[in-house]
Design a protein around this ligand. Structure first.
Ligand SMILES: Nc1nc2c(ncn2[C@@H]2O[C@H](COP(=O)(O)OP(=O)(O)O)[C@@H](O)[C@H]2O)c(=O)[nH]1
Ligand SMILES: [Mg+2]
Length: 344
């Protein structure tokens, strides 16, 4: 799972990135104005499963955050640069949009105005792509070339939404469309707005773009805490009356906008979390582990995490008949602990 962090300059993108990466960061690099961090998704269920299965290690799900220092408003002046960064965003599964809610060099915050103008930039960026593509396809069609009618139809649909100022993510057909995946339509991606709030500033209600989610984070404070040892950070957290660390909150919201759940596998080697889209069937879930498992799928042996935890051991669960056998069309639930049976 990849999430791109964008926003106006000086809104605190890199600060939010730091808050997200902090202690949990895997390797981190900076190249051509892009920083990346692989963040392990904290999940309390994993250590419990490690114990139950006597697993040597834990393999959590990961999220990759990209911090892109690019200014969409410079889209037209700096086309090459914009194209390069848009390309970096292409594989992103979702966007975090950071808006400033702290005083910057004497300039008071106006998060609603910033958010509205950013939203407009996303729409304009998408509209430019749609129009360029439509122009090209129509030219090709006039020359008698082969064009895909479905693609043209979807681009027209996209254009009418964008011209009305609406993000592409509101249209399920476009969300599922293979054509749309070939481009970097920013307004098609699930959106999490981060209200980056100063220590002294009030958290405000924002009018969000359609389909967006909001989370308020005291960015600078959280970034500093993220770099402290956890015990020390906890003391500060209590002093400042901060309810929950920014990272788990960000990750939870990221799972929410992406509509992801986790299933688990366990054995002597590892206890592992596997993120999948909600609604995934057992056979496709097996394919997330290995394509052979999907192809040769026989059945899934399933027990919900909470039940397994209460019973204390997999053997006990089996003896008690609590491990269910499920077929390929079973819809995997969050927290399912699964053993896939397959033949190759
Ligand atoms: N008071 C306050 N300042 C912040 C906060 N987040 C970022 N800043 C400051 O705003 C400036 C820009 O932050 P930065 O993360 O570099 O923004 P970017 O350009 O969007 O990456 C820096 O001087 C930060 O220290 C915050 O939550 N509170
Ligand atoms: Mg930055």
């Amino acid at each position: 799972m990849k999430i791109g962090i964008i926003g106006l300059p000086q809104s605190g993108k890199s600060t939010i990135f730091r808050a997200a990466a902090g202690q949990f960061a895997g390797h981190q690099e900076e190249r051509g104005g892009i920083s990346r961090a692989v963040v392990k998704v904290p999940d309390e269920r994993l250590p419990v499963l490690q114990k139950i299965f006597g697993a040597a290690k834990i393999v959590p799900a990961t999220v990759q955050y990209l911090d892109l220092s690019f200014d969409l408003r410079e889209r037209e002046n700096r086309q090459k640069e914009t194209e390069r960064l848009l390309n970096e965003l292409k594989p992103a599964d979702a966007l975090i949009l950071v808006v400033r809610n702290f005083e910057l060099a004497g300039i008071p915050p106006d998060p609603q105005k910033d958010l509205d103008s950013l939203h407009e930039e996303l729409i304009l960026s998408d509209l430019a792509i749609v129009e360029r593509r439509l122009e090209k396809l129509e030219k090709e069609a006039r020359k008698g070339g082969r064009v895909n009618e479905k693609e043209i139809e979807e681009l027209h649909l996209a254009r009418s939404l964008l011209e009305a100022g609406r993000p592409l993510r509101v249209e399920p057909q476009l969300r599922r469309s293979p054509f749309m995946r070939g481009y970097t339509f920013l307004s098609l991606k699930p959106l999490l707005v981060v209200l980056n709030t100063g220590e002294e500033n009030k958290i405000l209600e924002l009018q969000l773009p359609e389909g967006g989610e909001l989370v308020a984070i005291k960015g600078r404070l959280e970034a500093d805490l993220a770099e402290m040892p956890p015990e020390e950070a906890q003391i500060f957290r209590e002093e400042y009356g901060l309810q929950e660390a920014a990272l788990p909150l960000l990750i939870r919201k990221s799972f929410k906008i992406l509509d992801l759940i986790c299933f688990f596998t366990g054995g002597e080697k590892e206890a592992r979390a596997w993120p999948i889209p909600r609604g995934t069937k057992a056979q496709q879930a097996a394919g997330v582990i290995h394509s052979d498992m999907e192809r040769g799928f026989i059945r899934a042996e399933v027990i919900p995490f909470e039940e397994l935890k209460a019973l204390g051991s997999y053997q006990t669960a089996q003896k008690a008949g609590r491990v269910r056998l499920e077929g390929k069309d079973y819809e995997v639930q969050d927290g399912d602990v699964i053993i896939f049976r397959f033949s190759v």
